[in-house]
Design a protein around this ligand. Structure first.
Ligand code: ADP
Ligand code: AMP
Length: 214
């Protein structure tokens, strides 16, 4: 199963990618997580990536493409993957085509997460993450068992820098300008399935499984 998740920030892609990847026994590949890791390095590159992410802009295609291409070619991704947050631009979509061609693989399905703007804002403003294991919570919808602590490892949860209001606005603009056009690209190839991403995590997972297995 080679699946791409498209959709605005905060739509629930990461939450569902983790569950779908587990269901199919394939890796969850999130360029956002890989870039946050890179941004944590105290090097010129790390600082540059951190600064771009904090502004809500896209990290340059060459760097993101290199990260994604290397990850997809790893052995555990031979049976498939759930790609979350990549591709995000037309150039990245072309690079993904080339990377898949190199390993003799092709995408099975591209899912577009549909959510209202009010729901995006509510989801992003309440999002909290574990900086160690990356588990995603929501203050209201998916609170941890103990306030502000990760259920898995007890680490104090944090709010992502780019989940603050001004950056969220910019990320939504960047999504509309650079990433949303990919919906039409993949629809044109007959790969796109639209999934209603409103409702509970369980409801959305059920719709995803129906869409992917249809
Ligand atoms: P994305 O990866 O698309 O940016 P996330 O998976 O990180 O989105 O989800 C954004 C926020 O919304 C998180 O706080 C998450 O806990 C919450 N969330 C995810 N799915 C749902 C849902 N079905 N209902 C309510 N909140 C959700
Ligand atoms: P995410 O965790 O998917 O919300 O991504 C967080 C941030 O990482 C984005 O706002 C971008 O700055 C950067 N990022 C993640 N994936 C990509 C990508 N495919 N191309 C460029 N930048 C990316």
């Amino acid at each position: 199963m080679r699946i791409v998740f498209l959709g605005p920030p905060g739509a629930g892609k990461g939450t569902q990618a983790a569950r779908l990847a587990e269901h199919f026994g394939v890796p969850h590949i999130a360029t956002g997580d890989m870039l946050r890791e890179a941004a944590g390095a105290d090097t010129p590159l790390g600082r540059r990536v951190a600064e771009i992410m904090a502004r809500g802009e896209l990290v340059p295609d060459d760097l993101t493409n290199q990260l994604a291409r290397g990850r997809i070619a790893q052995r555990d991704a031979e049976k498939g993957f759930v790609l979350d947050g990549y591709p995000r631009s037309a150039e990245q979509a072309r690079a993904l085509d080339r990377a898949l061609e190199e390993i003799g693989a092709a995408l099975d399905v591209v899912i577009n997460f549909e959510v209202t703007e009010d729901e995006i804002v509510a989801r992003l403003s309440g999002r909290r993450v574990c900086p160690v294991c990356k588990t995603v919570y929501h203050l209201v919808a998916h609170p941890p068992r103990v306030a502000e602590r990760c259920d898995r490892d007890g680490t104090g949860l944090i709010q992502r820098d780019d989940d603050r209001e001004a950056t969220v606005r910019r990320r939504l603009e960047v999504y509309a300008a650079r990433t949303r056009p990919l919906v039409d690209l993949y629809r044109g190839r007959g790969l796109l399935k639209e999934v209603d991403a409103m409702g509970s995590k369980e409801e959305v997972l059920g719709r995803l499984l129906t869409a992917v297995e249809a």
